[in-house]
Design a protein around this ligand. Structure first.
Ligand code: F6R
Length: 362
């Protein structure tokens, strides 16, 4: 049941404030983080290895920044198909974490089996708790997104992020890197996200208008720096899988090492730049793009857009958000731009060509 929406994807984008509230209520009681029994002793961890495919991998990529910056845990991330055949050594004190909406992705399951018996603990963050990946894990963290029908993952991605953010905060608390007051602040920021998502959803008609322009492009670049780089990757994936427009993401600082050669007036460049500690650097990369005739769509908050000055092609005004959590909020405009671009192109949004919801072959 599409609940009055034209596509499941639109419905699932709109459900994000609700399902993100549910996952927070599940893992946080007052100011205390509550993990399932047989929780995790993060003080005994030397390394966290996170493995997944596609959008779930990008959730791991964002979480790498969280675990490293907030909890001080070295994190390795890999796409499952590469991880398993590389046969990486699993050293003592490694926790292996697998992220999967379906819980049935063949490569992710095979990577899990590779780690079983080697890692100290196998943890799964899954939407389907009755899945193979859940069954074969020591600890299951449901992401509680509800059934996701659209092939392009939306609410599962943001709920994967919410779950991993909670886990990173718990790790930081256990490792003495956040006192009670600091933890309470981070939790308050997390709790503000569903409301901010509601505000972000109000830019939907702006996304729809911009999508008409994006739909004319053959290639689109996404740029982000720091924790926004994985979001740029996710934005490019979402766009290409449903609109069939070629899209690539680069870390902003990497642009001048090659990809800037692609820039001309025919290539829209979507810059995801919340006002965080790296904002000025991202903006100077954005100016390099504009100096070469690139058409920039800047996604930032009102102050960021003002500070960035004249010359951008288009902008999308986002609510202000704690920089730590900006990837969760900025997922929404990325999804909406992809969605409306696909609608403008008339593609089969919920069932894009060549793709399956659950990839059970390698
Ligand atoms: C993209 C998308 C895919 C999945 C990937 C992993 O929108 O949905 O990239 O994220 O196939 O699937 P799960 O999470 O079921 O393991």
């Amino acid at each position: 049941d599409k609940g009055g929406y034209k596509h499941f994807m639109a419905k699932e984008i709109a459900e994000q404030p609700t399902v993100s509230t549910e996952v927070l209520n599940h893992y946080i009681r007052r100011n205390e983080i509550v993990l399932p029994d047989a929780g995790l002793d993060f003080t005994a961890i030397n390394r966290l290895t996170m493995v997944a495919c596609g959008t779930a991998f990008y959730a791991c990529y964002v979480a790498k920044y969280w675990f490293e910056q907030v909890a001080g845990i070295p994190v390795e991330i890999d796409v499952a198909s590469e991880f398993r055949y590389r046969e990486p050594p699993i050293t003592d004190g490694t926790v292996a974490l697998f992220v999967s909406q379906s819980g049935e992705t063949a490569d992710t399951l095979a990577a899990l089996r590779y780690c079983a018996g080697k890692a100290d603990k196998i943890v799964a963050a899954v939407n389907s708790t009755e899945s193979s990946i859940a069954r074969e894990s020591d600890l299951v963290l449901p992401i509680l997104a509800g059934v996701e029908v659209g092939v392009a993952s939306t609410k599962a991605f943001t709920n994967q992020l919410m779950t991993l953010a909670v886990l990173a905060l718990e790790a930081a608390r256990q490792r003495g890197r956040l006192n009670d007051e600091q933890l309470a602040e981070r939790i308050a920021a997390l709790r503000s996200l569903p409301g901010l998502m509601n505000s972000a959803l109000t830019i939907e008609s702006r996304c729809e208008a911009l999508a008409l322009k994006l739909a004319e492009a053959k290639d689109i670049l996404f740029l982000g720096r720091g924790i926004m780089y994985p979001l740029a990757l996710e934005g490019a994936l979402k766009l290409k899988e449903i609109s069939y427009i070629h899209a690539e993401a680069y870390a902003s600082g990497e642009l001048k090492h090659g990809p800037i050669a692609l820039v001309d007036k025919h290539v829209p460049v979507i810059v995801m730049a919340p006002r965080d500690g790296l904002f000025d650097k991202t903006i100077s990369n954005m100016q390099e793009v504009m100096a070469r005739g690139g058409r920039v769509l800047l996604i930032s908050d009102a102050k960021g857009i003002e500070e960035a000055g004249d010359g951008v092609w288009e902008s999308l005004v986002m609510p202000e958000v704690d920089p730590f959590l900006s990837p969760v909020l900025y997922a929404l405009p990325a999804q909406m731009l992809a969605y409306y671009t696909a609608v403008a192109k008339g593609t089969d949004v919920d069932q894009p060509r060549n793709l399956a919801k659950s990839v059970t072959v390698e």
